[in-house]
Write a protein that binds this ligand. Structure first.
Ligand code: DC
Length: 229
């Protein structure tokens, strides 16, 4: 049975470090919506692959992992928690290594098929802001509002560096920027659901904008779309 929609489905796609998660979280809060961090799902699968010593390129092993894994998102006061087989991995998945693992496992057809259903289920009721790489193109091609958030690679590197440093991780700027570029390359170059801007997504360049400026622009767009409906 189809759930009755409580609100809009808002998709925010874009490359790593563009500020998607920060902006999506604030936007969801202002609208009273649920924030869904789809990258966390890929990170969770990457985490489990690492735990089990599975090579992300070994498709048979990835298929098996996808059949066995129980991955869920739980929102507590707007703070998304992520669980793998009932273990809270919310912090463990936030390392640069898990970002790279997530990008590697996200190429797997089994992983993408498994998470397609999970993500559609999470957004089915509406009233969600989902951020990722293929939300507006593949997961919810009929999303009510779509944004494509980008920023220069230098700025994205600086932001990610600050974020990780603030979280107490020992990181250096050149390495982080290099990883961002490598992930851009992997995420845009993969065969299935590569990172790309949906034709009807509004492009937003956040290089010189504050979080608040980006959110205000997005809220105006959401209000416009609501009026049109
Ligand atoms: O947004 P993030 O950095 O947490 O995402 C980690 C990786 O997961 C990203 O490099 C590619 C993959 N990903 C994806 O393929 N599709 C999504 N919708 C979200 C993330």
């Amino acid at each position: 049975m189809q759930k009755r929609k409580k609100g809009l489905v808002i998709a925010i796609d874009g490359p790593s470090g563009a500020g998607k998660s920060t902006v999506a979280r604030v936007l969801a809060e202002r609208l009273g919506y649920t924030y869904i961090d789809t990258g966390a799902l890929y990170r969770a699968i990457g985490w489990k692959a690492r735990q089990e010593g599975i090579d992300p390129a070994d498709e048979q092993a990835m298929e098996r992992l996808c059949m066995e894994i129980d991955v869920s998102l739980a929102n507590t006061d707007g703070d998304p928690g992520i669980y793998v087989d009932n273990q809270d991995v919310s912090r463990a998945i936030r390392t640069p290594e898990m970002g790279m693992m997530a990008s590697a496992v996200s190429k797997s057809p089994a992983v993408r098929a498994r998470l397609l259903d999970v993500q559609r289920e999470l957004g089915a009721g509406g009233g969600v802001v989902m951020d990722g790489r293929d939300i507006g193109t593949v997961i919810f091609p009929d999303a009510d509002v779509k944004f494509y958030l980008d920023a220069s690679a230098e700025e994205r590197g600086r932001r990610r560096y600050r974020e990780l440093k603030d979280a107490g991780l020992a990181v250096d700027l050149a390495t982080i920027t290099g990883e961002i570029l490598e992930r851009d390359h992997q995420d845009s170059g993969r065969d299935i659901a590569p990172l790309s801007r949906a034709a009807d997504a509004l492009p937003v360049d956040s290089s010189r904008l504050s979080i608040e400026d980006v959110v205000i622009g997005m809220l105006a767009e959401v209000a416009k779309r609501r009026e049109e409906k």
